[in-house]
Design a protein around this ligand. Structure first.
Ligand SMILES: Cc1c2[nH]c(c1CCC(=O)O)Cc1[nH]c(c(CCC(=O)O)c1C)Cc1[nH]c(c(CCC(=O)O)c1C)Cc1[nH]c(c(C)c1CCC(=O)O)C2
Length: 370
């Protein structure tokens, strides 16, 4: 009998469903692949069950638990999902840099001691050993690749530098981001120094995730839409570009597979053209963007991901079918389309309603390609 060591990133099971990889690369697809941001999350009773006994970051740091949660939606929905995403969080990078982050139920992430002024840089670790600090994510990825049995590809991910900087200064969620944004006006040079520090770690971390077994990568710029187009060009885009360019260079030079990358800059509709020229194969859209507009602005050079309004999953099964059908048709049959929601699934959605969405997308996107 073969003895595969599940702790090693080798002898992974053969991939049986490569639809999302083909869509990302602009190859022919028989239907749109579909997955859901936050698919391993609180809307699933099996998630709530496991979460009862463990804190959020305890799960992130325990590869067996992170793997179990990653597999929950894949086990539940079977062939209705075309990708998995490792259970973790974008805030593990600020933690690796030396900041404490708590996940408070009902409130979300909280930094007890956020950065107040650039003087606080003394509290950040000077040289972060990414392997030592975040090796638990690598272990979770490797284990999950084995346990997936090749059913679907596995995404690794990070938060983009501006979004992480904003959390590190705001200390949690915020309506206006006035603390983080005031840094851009008061301390532009120090802001860029911080963004660069995060970028360097992000590059290292993404390369490590691929080494561990990640087959696609997504970069979440969740607070992109809080920046003006001008400020986005100055404080977000250059770092997003460095990440894709350097990750791909590093992967190629280390003889690793140069995996497809997705950028999701929520709210940054004005940046679609720039994002399509940033060395990402996939540009992810929130629900406020019309697919035809996105196709035009990206000049048909990238695959588009998205973008049903997550709250449409509260509309009842008939409405879900109708809205999902319209969305799939709006992306069109010839375009490279990866179906998803326009942001993460909300915690109180009925898992059976999500099933209707997944079924509709698969059915309609196959029909229009016949
Ligand atoms: C901004 C952001 C965060 N984390 C993430 C983002 C970017 C995406 C986005 O814009 O939503 C990304 C993320 N967070 C999580 C994943 C895991 C994989 C997956 O998508 O299934 C991913 C990819 C798990 C999670 N991350 C979190 C949960 C819920 C935590 C819990 O169980 O209490 C999960 C499953 C918590 C989290 N983590 C974060 C917030 C703001 C919150 C609380 C908000 C909320 O309650 O939804 C930071």
């Amino acid at each position: 009998m073969d003895c595969v060591d599940f702790s090693k990133a080798e002898n992974f099971p053969v991939l049986k469903n490569d639809l999302i990889l083909r869509a990302s690369r602009g190859e022919k697809i028989e239907r749109a692949p579909v997955w859901i941001m936050r698919q391993a999350g609180r809307y699933l009773p099996e998630f709530q069950e496991l979460r009862k006994n463990h804190s959020f970051f305890e799960i992130c740091r325990a590869p067996e638990l992170a793997c179990a949660l990653t597999l929950q939606p894949i086990d539940r929905y079977g062939e209705l999902l075309d990708a998995s995403i490792i259970f973790s969080d974008i805030l593990v990078i600020p933690q690796a840099m030396g900041l404490e982050v708590l996940m408070v139920p009902g409130k979300g992430p909280v930094f007890p001691n956020p950065l107040e002024t650039p003087d606080c840089f003394t509290r950040l670790t000077e040289h972060v050993d990414v392997e030592e600090k975040l090796g638990y994510v690598y272990k979770a990825i490797t284990l999950t690749r084995h346990k997936l049995g090749g059913r679907v590809p596995l995404f690794g991910f990070i938060g983009a530098p501006w979004t992480l900087m904003a959390y590190m200064i705001e200390g949690g969620g915020s309506k206006t981001l006035f603390k983080a944004k005031s840094w851009l006006w008061k301390y532009p040079a120090e802001s860029k120094a911080l963004l660069q520090r995060i970028t360097d770690i992000a590059i290292e971390f993404l390369v490590g995730q691929v080494k561990a077994g990640a087959q696609m990568l997504q970069v979440f710029e969740s607070w992109g839409g809080e920046l003006s187009p001008q400020d986005f060009k100055e404080y977000s885009l250059p770092y997003i570009r460095q990440i894709s360019e350097k990750v791909k260079e590093r992967l190629a030079s280390e003889g690793l597979e140069v995996v497809p990358m997705t950028i999701f800059a929520k709210g940054s509709w004005y940046a679609l053209s720039d994002l399509s020229k940033s060395n990402y194969e996939v540009v992810s859209l929130d629900w406020t963007i019309d697919p035809a507009y996105a196709r035009k602005m990206t000049n048909d050079t990238v695959a588009l991901q998205g973008n049903m309004d997550p709250t449409a999953l509260y509309g009842g099964k008939d409405a879900i079918r109708e809205i999902a059908t319209k969305m799939v048709k709006a992306f069109g049959k010839d375009s490279r389309h990866i179906a998803n929601l326009g942001h993460g699934i909300l915690p109180t959605v009925d898992p059976e309603d999500l099933k209707v969405y997944l079924e509709t997308v698969q059915k309609v996107s196959a029909e229009i390609r016949k």
